[in-house]
Ligand binder design. Structure first.
Ligand SMILES: *[C@@H]1O[C@H](CO)[C@@H](O)[C@H](O)[C@H]1NC(C)=O
Ligand SMILES: *[C@@H]1O[C@H](CO)[C@@H](O)[C@H](O)[C@H]1NC(C)=O
Ligand SMILES: *[C@@H]1O[C@H](CO)[C@@H](O)[C@H](O)[C@H]1NC(C)=O
Length: 429
Protein backbone atom coordinates (compact mmCIF):
# COMPACT_ATOMS: atom_id res chain seq x y z
CA UNK A 1 0.00 0.00 0.00
CA UNK A 2 2.68 2.44 1.09
CA UNK A 3 5.00 1.20 -1.60
CA UNK A 4 2.53 1.83 -4.37
CA UNK A 5 1.70 5.24 -2.98
CA UNK A 6 5.38 6.02 -3.01
CA UNK A 7 5.81 4.74 -6.55
CA UNK A 8 3.03 7.02 -7.63
CA UNK A 9 4.69 9.97 -5.96
CA UNK A 10 7.96 9.04 -7.53
CA UNK A 11 6.37 8.75 -10.96
CA UNK A 12 4.81 12.17 -10.51
CA UNK A 13 8.15 13.46 -9.41
CA UNK A 14 9.80 12.04 -12.50
CA UNK A 15 7.28 13.81 -14.67
CA UNK A 16 8.04 17.03 -12.89
CA UNK A 17 11.74 16.34 -13.11
CA UNK A 18 11.59 15.79 -16.83
CA UNK A 19 9.23 18.65 -17.43
CA UNK A 20 10.56 21.48 -15.35
CA UNK A 21 14.25 21.87 -14.62
CA UNK A 22 13.54 24.34 -11.82
CA UNK A 23 12.06 21.60 -9.64
CA UNK A 24 14.44 18.82 -10.63
CA UNK A 25 17.38 20.88 -9.50
CA UNK A 26 16.32 20.60 -5.88
CA UNK A 27 17.76 18.24 -3.31
CA UNK A 28 15.15 15.53 -2.68
CA UNK A 29 14.18 14.95 0.94
CA UNK A 30 14.30 11.15 1.41
CA UNK A 31 12.78 8.91 4.06
CA UNK A 32 12.87 5.23 5.08
CA UNK A 33 11.06 4.48 1.84
CA UNK A 34 14.27 5.24 0.04
CA UNK A 35 15.29 1.66 0.91
CA UNK A 36 12.63 0.47 -1.56
CA UNK A 37 13.55 2.78 -4.43
CA UNK A 38 17.33 2.81 -4.11
CA UNK A 39 17.58 0.40 -7.05
CA UNK A 40 15.75 2.77 -9.35
CA UNK A 41 18.44 4.87 -10.95
CA UNK A 42 21.51 6.42 -9.47
CA UNK A 43 21.69 8.53 -6.36
CA UNK A 44 24.02 10.90 -4.61
CA UNK A 45 22.77 11.05 -1.04
CA UNK A 46 23.84 12.93 2.05
CA UNK A 47 22.92 11.16 5.28
CA UNK A 48 22.72 13.85 7.93
CA UNK A 49 21.55 14.82 11.38
CA UNK A 50 19.94 18.18 12.08
CA UNK A 51 22.34 18.97 14.93
CA UNK A 52 25.52 18.31 12.97
CA UNK A 53 27.52 21.40 12.09
CA UNK A 54 29.42 19.88 9.17
CA UNK A 55 26.10 18.82 7.65
CA UNK A 56 24.84 22.38 7.76
CA UNK A 57 28.00 23.51 6.02
CA UNK A 58 27.49 20.90 3.30
CA UNK A 59 23.80 21.72 2.73
CA UNK A 60 24.24 24.73 0.41
CA UNK A 61 26.89 22.80 -1.52
CA UNK A 62 24.39 20.00 -2.07
CA UNK A 63 21.89 22.49 -3.44
CA UNK A 64 24.46 23.60 -6.02
CA UNK A 65 25.28 20.00 -6.87
CA UNK A 66 21.61 19.22 -7.47
CA UNK A 67 21.47 22.12 -9.90
CA UNK A 68 24.65 21.06 -11.65
CA UNK A 69 23.44 17.46 -12.05
CA UNK A 70 19.85 18.18 -13.01
CA UNK A 71 20.39 17.23 -16.66
CA UNK A 72 22.05 13.91 -15.79
CA UNK A 73 20.55 10.62 -14.60
CA UNK A 74 21.94 11.12 -11.09
CA UNK A 75 19.41 12.20 -8.49
CA UNK A 76 20.56 14.17 -5.49
CA UNK A 77 18.92 13.64 -2.12
CA UNK A 78 19.41 13.89 1.60
CA UNK A 79 18.14 11.77 4.44
CA UNK A 80 17.67 12.79 8.06
CA UNK A 81 19.03 9.80 10.00
CA UNK A 82 17.51 10.90 13.29
CA UNK A 83 14.04 10.74 11.73
CA UNK A 84 14.69 7.60 9.66
CA UNK A 85 16.98 5.28 11.64
CA UNK A 86 15.95 2.26 9.56
CA UNK A 87 17.49 3.79 6.45
CA UNK A 88 20.56 4.83 8.44
CA UNK A 89 20.97 1.20 9.56
CA UNK A 90 20.40 -0.16 6.07
CA UNK A 91 23.21 1.99 4.68
CA UNK A 92 25.46 1.50 7.74
CA UNK A 93 25.79 5.21 8.38
CA UNK A 94 28.30 5.75 11.19
CA UNK A 95 28.99 9.47 11.17
CA UNK A 96 27.45 12.66 9.88
CA UNK A 97 27.46 13.67 7.20
CA UNK A 98 28.00 10.50 5.19
CA UNK A 99 27.85 11.04 1.46
CA UNK A 100 27.17 8.00 -0.71
CA UNK A 101 26.83 7.23 -4.35
CA UNK A 102 24.27 4.49 -4.78
CA UNK A 103 23.63 2.49 -7.92
CA UNK A 104 21.93 -0.87 -8.08
CA UNK A 105 23.13 -3.02 -5.22
CA UNK A 106 26.32 -1.05 -4.83
CA UNK A 107 27.01 1.84 -2.56
CA UNK A 108 30.21 3.88 -2.41
CA UNK A 109 31.10 6.11 0.51
CA UNK A 110 32.57 9.39 -0.62
CA UNK A 111 35.76 10.37 1.17
CA UNK A 112 36.91 13.40 -0.80
CA UNK A 113 36.59 17.14 -0.38
CA UNK A 114 33.07 18.36 0.16
CA UNK A 115 33.31 20.96 -2.57
CA UNK A 116 30.80 21.34 -5.38
CA UNK A 117 33.28 20.68 -8.18
CA UNK A 118 34.80 17.59 -6.58
CA UNK A 119 31.41 16.09 -5.80
CA UNK A 120 29.95 16.80 -9.23
CA UNK A 121 33.00 15.22 -10.87
CA UNK A 122 32.66 12.27 -8.54
CA UNK A 123 28.98 11.73 -9.34
CA UNK A 124 29.65 11.96 -13.06
CA UNK A 125 32.49 9.44 -12.82
CA UNK A 126 30.49 6.98 -10.77
CA UNK A 127 27.40 7.22 -12.95
CA UNK A 128 29.12 5.87 -16.06
CA UNK A 129 30.91 2.59 -16.81
CA UNK A 130 34.55 2.43 -15.58
CA UNK A 131 35.89 3.05 -19.09
CA UNK A 132 33.92 5.32 -21.43
CA UNK A 133 34.37 5.04 -25.16
CA UNK A 134 35.17 8.17 -27.13
CA UNK A 135 33.94 8.00 -30.71
CA UNK A 136 34.27 11.59 -31.93
CA UNK A 137 37.40 13.62 -32.26
CA UNK A 138 35.86 16.81 -30.84
CA UNK A 139 34.95 14.85 -27.71
CA UNK A 140 38.64 14.65 -26.90
CA UNK A 141 38.83 18.44 -27.08
CA UNK A 142 35.92 18.63 -24.68
CA UNK A 143 37.63 16.25 -22.26
CA UNK A 144 40.78 18.33 -22.41
CA UNK A 145 38.73 21.39 -21.57
CA UNK A 146 36.68 19.91 -18.77
CA UNK A 147 39.01 17.54 -16.88
CA UNK A 148 42.25 18.39 -15.12
CA UNK A 149 43.31 14.78 -15.52
CA UNK A 150 42.10 11.84 -17.51
CA UNK A 151 43.41 8.50 -18.72
CA UNK A 152 43.05 7.29 -22.31
CA UNK A 153 43.56 3.87 -23.84
CA UNK A 154 44.39 3.84 -27.56
CA UNK A 155 44.23 0.74 -29.74
CA UNK A 156 42.17 -2.44 -30.14
CA UNK A 157 40.19 -3.18 -26.98
CA UNK A 158 41.62 -6.62 -26.33
CA UNK A 159 44.74 -8.21 -24.90
CA UNK A 160 46.48 -7.92 -21.59
CA UNK A 161 47.02 -4.16 -21.59
CA UNK A 162 43.34 -3.50 -22.27
CA UNK A 163 42.19 -6.03 -19.67
CA UNK A 164 44.47 -4.57 -17.05
CA UNK A 165 43.57 -1.00 -17.96
CA UNK A 166 39.91 -1.91 -17.55
CA UNK A 167 40.57 -3.52 -14.16
CA UNK A 168 42.55 -0.47 -13.00
CA UNK A 169 39.72 1.80 -14.18
CA UNK A 170 37.29 -0.24 -12.09
CA UNK A 171 39.62 -0.01 -9.09
CA UNK A 172 40.16 3.72 -9.43
CA UNK A 173 36.77 4.82 -10.74
CA UNK A 174 36.20 6.82 -7.57
CA UNK A 175 39.40 8.76 -8.20
CA UNK A 176 39.80 9.31 -11.92
CA UNK A 177 38.29 9.49 -15.40
CA UNK A 178 39.12 6.64 -17.81
CA UNK A 179 38.44 6.62 -21.55
CA UNK A 180 39.28 4.55 -24.60
CA UNK A 181 39.38 5.51 -28.23
CA UNK A 182 40.55 4.40 -31.67
CA UNK A 183 43.91 5.01 -33.26
CA UNK A 184 42.41 7.44 -35.81
CA UNK A 185 40.81 9.71 -33.29
CA UNK A 186 43.74 9.61 -30.88
CA UNK A 187 46.22 10.44 -33.66
CA UNK A 188 44.70 13.90 -33.95
CA UNK A 189 45.43 14.65 -30.31
CA UNK A 190 48.40 12.67 -29.06
CA UNK A 191 51.73 11.72 -30.65
CA UNK A 192 52.11 8.03 -29.89
CA UNK A 193 54.35 5.72 -31.87
CA UNK A 194 53.18 2.26 -30.97
CA UNK A 195 49.98 0.58 -29.92
CA UNK A 196 48.40 -0.14 -27.59
CA UNK A 197 49.15 3.10 -25.79
CA UNK A 198 47.94 4.16 -22.37
CA UNK A 199 48.05 7.89 -21.87
CA UNK A 200 47.48 10.23 -18.99
CA UNK A 201 46.54 13.76 -19.96
CA UNK A 202 47.07 16.49 -17.41
CA UNK A 203 47.88 20.16 -17.40
CA UNK A 204 48.06 20.32 -21.17
CA UNK A 205 50.64 17.55 -21.45
CA UNK A 206 50.39 13.86 -21.99
CA UNK A 207 52.54 11.07 -20.61
CA UNK A 208 52.64 7.38 -21.51
CA UNK A 209 52.53 4.19 -19.52
CA UNK A 210 56.07 3.18 -20.48
CA UNK A 211 55.56 -0.51 -21.33
CA UNK A 212 52.35 -0.43 -23.41
CA UNK A 213 53.72 -1.80 -26.67
CA UNK A 214 56.04 -4.44 -25.13
CA UNK A 215 53.59 -5.66 -22.54
CA UNK A 216 52.75 -8.84 -24.49
CA UNK A 217 56.34 -9.99 -23.89
CA UNK A 218 56.21 -9.29 -20.17
CA UNK A 219 55.15 -11.44 -17.24
CA UNK A 220 51.39 -10.79 -16.81
CA UNK A 221 51.92 -10.06 -13.10
CA UNK A 222 54.42 -7.35 -13.99
CA UNK A 223 52.00 -5.82 -16.48
CA UNK A 224 49.30 -5.81 -13.85
CA UNK A 225 51.52 -4.37 -11.18
CA UNK A 226 53.08 -1.68 -13.36
CA UNK A 227 49.77 -0.44 -14.80
CA UNK A 228 48.10 -0.26 -11.38
CA UNK A 229 51.10 1.50 -9.90
CA UNK A 230 51.37 3.89 -12.86
CA UNK A 231 47.70 4.84 -12.59
CA UNK A 232 48.07 5.17 -8.82
CA UNK A 233 50.85 7.76 -9.07
CA UNK A 234 49.77 9.56 -12.25
CA UNK A 235 46.26 10.38 -11.04
CA UNK A 236 47.51 13.56 -9.35
CA UNK A 237 48.47 16.88 -10.86
CA UNK A 238 51.95 18.22 -10.29
CA UNK A 239 51.00 20.59 -7.48
CA UNK A 240 47.52 19.86 -6.10
CA UNK A 241 45.94 21.51 -3.09
CA UNK A 242 46.22 19.05 -0.22
CA UNK A 243 43.42 18.65 2.32
CA UNK A 244 42.62 16.34 5.20
CA UNK A 245 40.65 14.28 2.72
CA UNK A 246 42.98 13.78 -0.22
CA UNK A 247 46.23 13.47 1.75
CA UNK A 248 45.49 9.79 2.35
CA UNK A 249 45.28 9.20 -1.39
CA UNK A 250 48.49 11.15 -1.98
CA UNK A 251 50.30 9.04 0.61
CA UNK A 252 49.35 5.94 -1.39
CA UNK A 253 51.79 7.04 -4.10
CA UNK A 254 54.52 5.85 -1.69
CA UNK A 255 56.62 8.80 -2.79
CA UNK A 256 58.06 11.60 -0.70
CA UNK A 257 55.29 14.14 -0.23
CA UNK A 258 56.63 17.69 -0.33
CA UNK A 259 54.16 20.36 0.71
CA UNK A 260 54.28 24.13 0.71
CA UNK A 261 52.31 25.33 3.73
CA UNK A 262 50.51 28.65 3.55
CA UNK A 263 47.62 30.21 5.41
CA UNK A 264 44.41 30.64 3.49
CA UNK A 265 41.75 32.86 5.04
CA UNK A 266 37.99 32.28 4.93
CA UNK A 267 37.74 33.76 1.44
CA UNK A 268 40.59 31.56 0.17
CA UNK A 269 42.91 34.57 0.06
CA UNK A 270 46.60 34.10 0.72
CA UNK A 271 48.98 36.86 1.85
CA UNK A 272 51.32 38.10 -0.88
CA UNK A 273 54.59 36.92 0.68
CA UNK A 274 53.13 33.45 1.25
CA UNK A 275 51.82 33.34 -2.29
CA UNK A 276 55.26 34.26 -3.61
CA UNK A 277 56.79 31.42 -1.66
CA UNK A 278 54.24 28.94 -2.98
CA UNK A 279 54.76 30.15 -6.54
CA UNK A 280 58.53 29.86 -6.18
CA UNK A 281 58.20 26.21 -5.12
CA UNK A 282 55.73 25.46 -7.90
CA UNK A 283 57.92 27.18 -10.50
CA UNK A 284 60.97 25.15 -9.55
CA UNK A 285 59.26 21.78 -9.59
CA UNK A 286 57.40 22.52 -12.82
CA UNK A 287 60.67 23.37 -14.54
CA UNK A 288 62.36 20.24 -13.21
CA UNK A 289 59.52 17.71 -13.42
CA UNK A 290 61.62 14.83 -14.85
CA UNK A 291 64.23 15.24 -12.13
CA UNK A 292 61.83 14.76 -9.23
CA UNK A 293 58.82 12.96 -10.67
CA UNK A 294 59.90 9.41 -9.80
CA UNK A 295 60.52 10.01 -6.12
CA UNK A 296 58.45 13.07 -5.19
CA UNK A 297 54.83 14.13 -5.15
CA UNK A 298 54.35 17.84 -4.52
CA UNK A 299 51.42 19.88 -3.29
CA UNK A 300 50.37 22.80 -1.14
CA UNK A 301 48.36 23.15 2.04
CA UNK A 302 46.12 26.13 2.74
CA UNK A 303 45.20 25.03 6.25
CA UNK A 304 48.34 24.94 8.44
CA UNK A 305 46.66 22.70 11.05
CA UNK A 306 47.14 19.79 8.63
CA UNK A 307 50.87 20.40 8.75
CA UNK A 308 50.70 20.69 12.53
CA UNK A 309 49.12 17.24 12.67
CA UNK A 310 52.01 15.85 10.65
CA UNK A 311 54.87 17.35 12.63
CA UNK A 312 52.97 17.45 15.96
CA UNK A 313 53.96 21.03 16.51
CA UNK A 314 53.05 24.53 15.45
CA UNK A 315 54.70 25.86 12.32
CA UNK A 316 54.97 29.44 11.06
CA UNK A 317 53.77 30.06 7.51
CA UNK A 318 54.89 29.97 4.82
CA UNK A 319 56.81 26.77 5.29
CA UNK A 320 57.85 23.62 3.52
CA UNK A 321 57.51 20.10 4.89
CA UNK A 322 58.46 16.79 3.37
CA UNK A 323 57.10 13.44 4.40
CA UNK A 324 58.26 9.90 3.76
CA UNK A 325 54.93 8.26 2.96
CA UNK A 326 56.11 4.78 3.99
CA UNK A 327 57.72 5.51 7.35
CA UNK A 328 55.88 8.81 8.02
CA UNK A 329 59.16 10.50 8.93
CA UNK A 330 59.16 14.17 8.12
CA UNK A 331 61.78 16.67 7.06
CA UNK A 332 61.99 20.44 7.47
CA UNK A 333 64.35 22.81 5.65
CA UNK A 334 67.01 24.37 7.85
CA UNK A 335 66.79 27.82 6.28
CA UNK A 336 64.04 30.34 6.84
CA UNK A 337 61.56 29.45 4.06
CA UNK A 338 61.08 33.11 3.19
CA UNK A 339 64.78 33.36 2.33
CA UNK A 340 64.77 30.08 0.42
CA UNK A 341 66.23 30.25 -3.07
CA UNK A 342 65.51 27.74 -5.83
CA UNK A 343 69.06 26.47 -5.32
CA UNK A 344 68.39 25.83 -1.62
CA UNK A 345 65.19 24.04 -2.55
CA UNK A 346 67.11 21.70 -4.87
CA UNK A 347 69.61 20.93 -2.11
CA UNK A 348 66.79 20.25 0.34
CA UNK A 349 65.08 17.85 -2.06
CA UNK A 350 68.34 16.08 -2.89
CA UNK A 351 69.23 15.61 0.76
CA UNK A 352 65.79 14.01 1.28
CA UNK A 353 66.21 11.85 -1.80
CA UNK A 354 69.56 10.49 -0.65
CA UNK A 355 68.30 10.32 2.94
CA UNK A 356 71.07 12.50 4.34
CA UNK A 357 68.56 15.05 5.71
CA UNK A 358 67.56 14.76 9.36
CA UNK A 359 64.31 12.83 9.71
CA UNK A 360 61.86 13.53 12.51
CA UNK A 361 58.87 11.64 13.86
CA UNK A 362 57.98 8.35 12.22
CA UNK A 363 55.43 5.76 13.10
CA UNK A 364 56.75 4.33 16.38
CA UNK A 365 54.51 3.58 19.34
CA UNK A 366 55.74 6.66 21.17
CA UNK A 367 54.97 8.91 18.22
CA UNK A 368 51.54 7.34 17.91
CA UNK A 369 50.62 8.10 21.49
CA UNK A 370 51.89 11.64 21.04
CA UNK A 371 49.93 11.95 17.83
CA UNK A 372 46.76 10.70 19.47
CA UNK A 373 47.08 13.25 22.26
CA UNK A 374 47.85 16.01 19.81
CA UNK A 375 44.83 15.14 17.67
CA UNK A 376 42.64 14.90 20.73
CA UNK A 377 43.63 18.39 21.83
CA UNK A 378 43.01 19.70 18.34
CA UNK A 379 39.59 18.04 18.01
CA UNK A 380 38.54 19.25 21.43
CA UNK A 381 39.53 22.80 20.54
CA UNK A 382 37.58 22.61 17.30
CA UNK A 383 34.55 20.97 18.83
CA UNK A 384 34.47 23.53 21.60
CA UNK A 385 34.53 26.31 19.07
CA UNK A 386 31.83 24.60 17.01
CA UNK A 387 29.47 23.42 19.71
CA UNK A 388 30.03 24.13 23.43
CA UNK A 389 26.79 22.40 24.41
CA UNK A 390 27.76 19.16 22.73
CA UNK A 391 31.14 19.36 24.45
CA UNK A 392 29.46 19.55 27.83
CA UNK A 393 27.52 16.42 26.96
CA UNK A 394 30.72 14.65 25.96
CA UNK A 395 32.47 15.57 29.19
CA UNK A 396 29.56 13.93 30.96
CA UNK A 397 30.48 10.70 29.16
CA UNK A 398 33.99 9.84 30.33
CA UNK A 399 33.64 6.31 29.00
CA UNK A 400 33.02 7.47 25.46
CA UNK A 401 35.90 9.81 25.93
CA UNK A 402 38.28 7.07 26.95
CA UNK A 403 37.27 4.95 24.00
CA UNK A 404 38.00 7.90 21.74
CA UNK A 405 41.55 8.01 23.13
CA UNK A 406 42.00 4.26 22.80
CA UNK A 407 40.69 4.39 19.28
CA UNK A 408 43.13 7.07 18.22
CA UNK A 409 46.05 5.21 19.77
CA UNK A 410 45.28 1.91 18.16
CA UNK A 411 43.92 2.89 14.79
CA UNK A 412 46.46 2.17 12.13
CA UNK A 413 46.09 5.30 10.09
CA UNK A 414 46.15 8.23 12.45
CA UNK A 415 48.40 10.52 10.54
CA UNK A 416 45.70 13.05 9.95
CA UNK A 417 42.23 12.56 11.34
CA UNK A 418 40.39 11.24 8.42
CA UNK A 419 37.04 12.88 8.42
CA UNK A 420 35.40 16.07 9.36
CA UNK A 421 32.57 14.15 10.87
CA UNK A 422 30.53 14.48 13.97
CA UNK A 423 30.51 11.15 15.75
CA UNK A 424 27.13 9.63 16.26
CA UNK A 425 26.75 10.59 19.91
CA UNK A 426 23.07 9.89 20.03
CA UNK A 427 23.63 6.20 19.46
CA UNK A 428 26.26 5.96 22.19
CA UNK A 429 23.90 7.39 24.77
C1 LIG B 1 46.52 -6.53 -10.17
O1 LIG B 1 47.06 -5.60 -9.19
C2 LIG B 1 46.11 -5.10 -8.30
C3 LIG B 1 46.78 -4.02 -7.44
O2 LIG B 1 48.05 -4.38 -7.04
C4 LIG B 1 45.50 -6.22 -7.48
O3 LIG B 1 44.56 -5.71 -6.60
C5 LIG B 1 44.86 -7.22 -8.43
O4 LIG B 1 44.38 -8.32 -7.71
C6 LIG B 1 45.87 -7.71 -9.47
N1 LIG B 1 45.17 -8.53 -10.45
C7 LIG B 1 45.68 -9.65 -10.94
C8 LIG B 1 44.86 -10.34 -11.96
O5 LIG B 1 46.76 -10.08 -10.55
C1 LIG C 1 61.28 6.19 3.20
O1 LIG C 1 62.10 5.57 4.16
C2 LIG C 1 62.42 4.20 3.89
C3 LIG C 1 63.25 3.68 5.06
O2 LIG C 1 64.34 4.51 5.34
C4 LIG C 1 63.17 4.11 2.56
O3 LIG C 1 63.44 2.75 2.26
C5 LIG C 1 62.32 4.74 1.46
O4 LIG C 1 63.05 4.73 0.25
C6 LIG C 1 61.99 6.17 1.85
N1 LIG C 1 61.29 6.84 0.79
C7 LIG C 1 60.00 6.78 0.44
C8 LIG C 1 59.55 7.61 -0.68
O5 LIG C 1 59.21 6.06 1.02
C1 LIG D 1 73.04 14.06 -0.52
O1 LIG D 1 72.67 15.26 -1.17
C2 LIG D 1 73.24 16.45 -0.60
C3 LIG D 1 72.63 17.63 -1.33
O2 LIG D 1 72.86 17.56 -2.71
C4 LIG D 1 74.75 16.41 -0.71
O3 LIG D 1 75.34 17.56 -0.14
C5 LIG D 1 75.26 15.16 0.00
O4 LIG D 1 76.67 15.03 -0.19
C6 LIG D 1 74.55 13.90 -0.53
N1 LIG D 1 74.93 12.77 0.31
C7 LIG D 1 75.18 11.57 -0.19
C8 LIG D 1 75.51 10.51 0.82
O5 LIG D 1 75.14 11.34 -1.38
Amino acid sequence: MYASFWSLCLALLFLLVLGTPAISSRVLELSDRFIDVRHEGQWLVMFYAPWCGYCKKTEPIFALIAQALHATNVRVGRLDCTKYPAAAREFKVRGYPTIMFIKGNMEFVYNGDRSKDELVDYALRMSGPPVQLVTRTDSVDMLKGSHTIFFMFVGPQQGIVWDTYYAAAEGYQEHGFFYATSEDIAAQHFDFEQLPAVIVYKEEQHHFYPHGHVAHEMDPNDVNETIFQWVNVERFTLFPKVTRFNIHQLLKTKKFLVLAVVQEDKLSQIATHELEFRDMVEGVIRKHRPRYHDKFQFGWIGEPSIAHSIILDQLPTPHLIALNSTTQHHYLPEDDPLQMTPQALHLFLESIGNESATAYGGDTYFVRVNRALFELKRSLREMWRGNPVLMTVIFGLPLGFLSLIMYSIFCGDCLVTEEEQDEDHEKKE
